[in-house]
Design a protein around this ligand. Structure first.
Ligand code: SF4
Ligand code: SF4
Length: 80
């Protein structure tokens, strides 16, 4: 499935690399993923790529992607 959307991509801003202060990180279980692209659409930081990779430099760990995933394929894991 090809997805085309007008979205921006994260860059270094006043807050720097926002991934630096993340407490939880989203981890996608590809076996459970049904490729609905909810996570890609709802991520407020645009840190999920069309290939469903997460840019951990800028992901702030808000958990919206996990919340919007209909198949519970995204787990929020505590950062060490
Ligand atoms: S945790 Fe938040 S910032 Fe990180 S990928 Fe999910 S929705 Fe985007
Ligand atoms: S929201 Fe969940 S099922 Fe949908 S593409 Fe993302 S990880 Fe896959």
């Amino acid at each position: 499935m090809k997805v085309k959307m007008a979205i921006s991509y994260p860059t270094v801003g006043a807050s720097g690399r926002t991934g630096d202060w993340r407490v939880f990180r989203p981890v996608i279980n590809q076996k459970l993923c049904i490729h609905c692209y909810n996570c890609y659409v709802f991520c407020p930081e645009g840190t999920i790529s069309p290939e469903l990779g997460v840019d951990y430099e800028y992901c702030k760990g808000c958990g919206i992607c996990a919340n919007e995933c209909p198949s519970k394929a995204i787990r929020m894991v505590k950062e060490e």
